[in-house]
Design a protein around this ligand. Structure first.
Ligand code: CP
Length: 302
């Protein structure tokens, strides 16, 4: 493949190859060896039209650990503010020999549109409400790292599913890998017809959490909500906030995940986010190795 835009078209074998490749880099992301020369002479451009802490930083670290040159392009201090389009911007960057463009954009479909217009590889680092494939891949990696097998795994994805590109990518991948995906949230935050993707919808958090091995909490995306938030933040926290008591309804040993950034006290209680069940920082750490694997495979360096 030239690009990584979505997990919908990837086969189980392709997903497994990415996770296995990430595993091979995990050994070199430790203290002893920080760098491998696999992408020496290649250029990776981070083109982020929305804020990011984890994704942008870990793509930069991953590219540097593969010895690529990295450009962090900031639209707000570029000619984008003078009206230059996304495609023109990317073509100009490409003319300077960019091999891989990592794009985050507020519009669903932006990464696919860009991939059609440039020869460089394009990685979707989150496009609107659509997909966030590299986040889902690092989530899968973290689940696998805990020794859990995907076939028959019960996974609860909780919260603002409608606005979540992380949820969409995970639904595609987890269903494909044979997991039982439960989507839990208020009707106002659940996309219509989502059951068609193979997931089951629950309106009640306690019911949906019963016996699951993985609890994946989603951020309440206030910036993507209309002005009249329903339920209100207070109601949402009461009905869908993950507390220590609610974690006890899941399988003993269940892991708690969150893509970040977290709204402490809204979708997740601070004591749960910081508990031993939480793998939130493992997800962040694994993001570097997973993104190394993706950059390596797309670059054709293998
Ligand atoms: N999970 C995630 O995409 O975080 P950032 O927005 O900080 O990149």
């Amino acid at each position: 493949r030239k690009d990584l835009l979505s997990l919908a078209p990837l086969s189980v074998e392709e997903i497994t190859l990415i996770l296995d490749t990430a595993d091979s880099f995990k050994e070199v992301t430790g203290r002893e060896i920080k760098k491998v020369p696999a992408l020496r002479g290649r250029t990776v451009v981070n083109l982020f039209f929305e804020p990011s802490t984890r994704t942008r930083t870990s793509f930069e670290l991953a590219a540097k650990r593969l010895s690529a040159d990295v450009i962090n392009f900031s639209p707000s201090s570029s000619s984008v503010v003078k009206g230059e389009t996304l495609l023109d911007t990317a073509r100009n960057i490409e003319a300077m020999q960019a091999d891989i463009i990592v794009l985050r954009h507020p519009s669903a479909g932006a990464a696919e549109a860009l991939a059609r217009g440039v020869k460089s590889s394009v990685i979707n680092a989150g496009d609107g409400w659509h997909e966030h494939p590299t986040q889902a891949l690092l989530d899968l990696y973290t689940i696998r790292q805990r020794g859990l097998s995907f076939e028959g795994l019960k996974v609860a994805i909780v919260g603002d599913v409608a606005h979540s590109r992380v949820a969409r990518s995970n639904i595609y991948a987890l269903s494909k890998l044979g997991a039982e995906v439960r989507l839990i949230g208020p009707p106002t935050m659940m996309p219509w017809g989502v059951e068609r993707l193979g997931a089951r919808v629950y309106r009640n958090l306690d019911e949906g959490l019963a016996g699951v091995q993985v609890i994946m909490m989603l951020r309440l995306q206030l910036e993507r909500q209309g002005r009249a938030l329903f339920p209100t933040i207070r109601e949402y926290a009461r009905l869908f906030g993950l507390t220590g008591e609610r974690v006890k309804l899941a399988d003993p040993g269940a892991i708690v995940m969150h893509p970040g950034p977290i709204n402490r006290g809204v979708e997740i209680a601070p004591e749960v986010a910081d508990s031993l069940s939480s793998v939130i920082l493992d997800q962040v750490a694994n993001g570097v190795a997973v993104r190394m694997g993706i950059l390596y495979l797309l670059s054709g360096a293998n």
